[in-house]
Design a protein around this ligand. Structure first.
Ligand SMILES: [Zn+2]
Ligand SMILES: [Zn+2]
Length: 127
């Protein structure tokens, strides 16, 4: 049996499909069963295997790495998160204070319709 780190199989959205993909290949999947995205087991930039769980230290706390340890390239799931956060920051930046409040209300979907009710009740229409 090999020692050191096993190789992890992770979907493009960052779901860990198998953190011991070489020792337990029977759990490998071509596509993520949580979101349907393709799974990868190597860096998309330099093709270094993604570090999985450490063999001598059986851990159930494995977390998907965010960057390739070999070339520093962000993994697809990391890039998606950074891009989303960036877009969000840009979007909020371009909004006025009022729009920003509306935007936050929209994010709270569960109480959205309730907020609208309260707001329209409190807004004078100048009739
Ligand atoms: Zn997934
Ligand atoms: Zn890499």
């Amino acid at each position: 049996m090999e020692r050191g780190f096993d190789v992890a199989l992770i979907c493009l959205n960052g779901h860990i499909v198998n953190c011991s993909s070489h020792d337990y290949p029977q759990f490998n999947k071509k596509f993520c069963d949580a979101c349907g995205a393709q799974t990868i087991e190597e860096c998309t930039n330099c093709h270094t295997a993604i570090q999985g769980s450490y063999r001598d230290n059986i851990s159930f706390n494995y977390k998907a790495p965010r960057f390739c340890f070999n070339c520093g390239h962000p993994f697809p799931w990391t890039g998606a998160k950074i891009q989303a956060a960036h877009d969000l920051a840009m979007e909020l930046e371009s909004l006025s204070n009022e729009d920003r409040q509306m935007w936050f209300l929209k994010q709270q979907r569960r109480c959205y319709s309730r907020s609208i009710l309260i707001m329209s009740a409190a807004t004078p229409y100048g009739v």
